[in-house]
Design a protein around this ligand. Structure first.
Ligand code: 13P
Ligand code: SF4
Length: 334
């Protein structure tokens, strides 16, 4: 049984997964009360549902969330995001209680790189530095020299001496983008994100024809053929900032649709069209991110469960890769 499955079973035994929330409760008010009572901070990723973004103390991309997790003086960090993000917060603040509303909020990209398989892969490339996208498990971070996010990936790669060979894991699409952008010939692990690989090229092309003045903006986790037609490529924060400063009035947004909440708030007069996926849905949602709900957030804060617990060796061996990333980012002014 994995550590995650054991933790889930314990919660099930205690009945935490079956608690009903009184539908008449004002959850915004209750959560605010709990925040103050427990000196808790809510960190939320842009892909969370709008209500969670609205109650969060900080909303951001993976880099911003890590920086906040490292700097906060709250006693409890409630992570409204996915498992690898909460694990990263725990590694950065090991003495704080880190809670995740749903332990099953995983990540297809993190799952695409199992540590025992990666260890064998790494052995085939002695002398290589391992750069891992932060969207990977805590255990993978113990096999990593430097982490990166989509905001700082270029700067991280460029901080490595030119004659030093690099393995990049786990996202092959971000990896290919970085090879093009930095000119470095890296060994790439073949992982990907289910959300960013399902966009329909055909439907996006039709949308671009229908809205010739629209800017098409994309996250670097998207496939190469989509990135080639993008007017701008960036992390979630990068995309949001682009829509704020660009003069265009219509944007076709190729990333998880949750980010549109902040785009629309920042620029209410502009139109944001979620890039459609290759199925019958109109927008693209991450099923892992969307496992968190306001109800689960409330229960998590009330009972201080489920908590992220990591073995000491994982924190000790994995943390250096995140610290290095934060140091390089700070030097680059990110
Ligand atoms: P960023 O918010 O860092 O761009 O990452 C996107 C993502 O896929 C998070 O799961
Ligand atoms: Fe993972 Fe993709 Fe969901 Fe981000 S959007 S949490 S990379 S599956």
């Amino acid at each position: 049984m994995t550590t995650l499955a054991i933790a889930e079973k314990k919660l099930q035994d205690k009945g935490f997964l079956d608690i009903d929330v009184d539908p008449t409760l004002d959850l915004f008010e209750e959560i605010e009360k709990l925040k103050k009572e427990k000196n808790a901070i809510i960190l939320a990723h842009y892909y969370q549902e709008s209500d969670i973004q609205d109650i969060a103390d900080y909303i951001g991309d993976s880099l911003g969330l890590s920086q906040q997790a490292a700097a906060t003086d709250a006693d409890i960090i409630v992570f409204a995001g996915v498992h690898f993000m909460a694990e990263t917060a725990k590694m950065l603040s090991p003495h704080k209680k880190v809670l995740l509303p749903d332990l099953k909020a995983g990540c297809s990209l993190a799952d695409s790189c199992p540590p025992p398989v990666f260890r064998k892969f790494k052995e085939k490339y002695p002398g290589h530095v391992v750069v891992s996208y932060i969207n990977c498990t805590a255990e993978l971070k113990t096999l990593t020299d430097i982490c990166c996010t989509s905001t700082n990936a270029v700067q991280i790669i460029e901080s490595i001496p030119k004659d030093q060979p690099i393995i990049f894991a786990p996202d092959v699409n971000l990896g290919r983008y970085l090879v093009k952008k930095t000119g470095r010939d890296m060994v790439l692990w073949n992982g990907s994100c289910m959300v960013h690989e399902i966009f329909s090229n055909e439907k996006i092309t039709k949308l671009m024809m229908r809205h010739p003045d629209a800017k098409f903006i994309a996250h670097p986790e998207c496939e190469e053929h989509l990135l080639e037609k993008a007017d701008f490529i960036g992390s979630t924060t990068g995309l949001l900032n682009y829509t704020k400063r660009n003069e265009a009035n219509i944007f076709i947004v190729a990333t998880e649709a949750g980010i549109i909440h902040q785009m629309q708030k920042a620029s209410p007069q502009k139109t944001f069209i979620p890039a459609p996926p290759n199925n019958t849905c109109a927008c693209n949602e991450c099923p892992h991110m969307k496992r968190n709900t306001l109800e689960k957030l409330y229960i998590t804060m009330k009972y201080e469960q489920p908590e992220i617990i990591l073995p000491d060796w994982i924190i000790e061996q994995g943390r250096a890769s995140i610290d290095r990333m934060l140091e390089i980012s700070a030097k680059a002014g990110l």
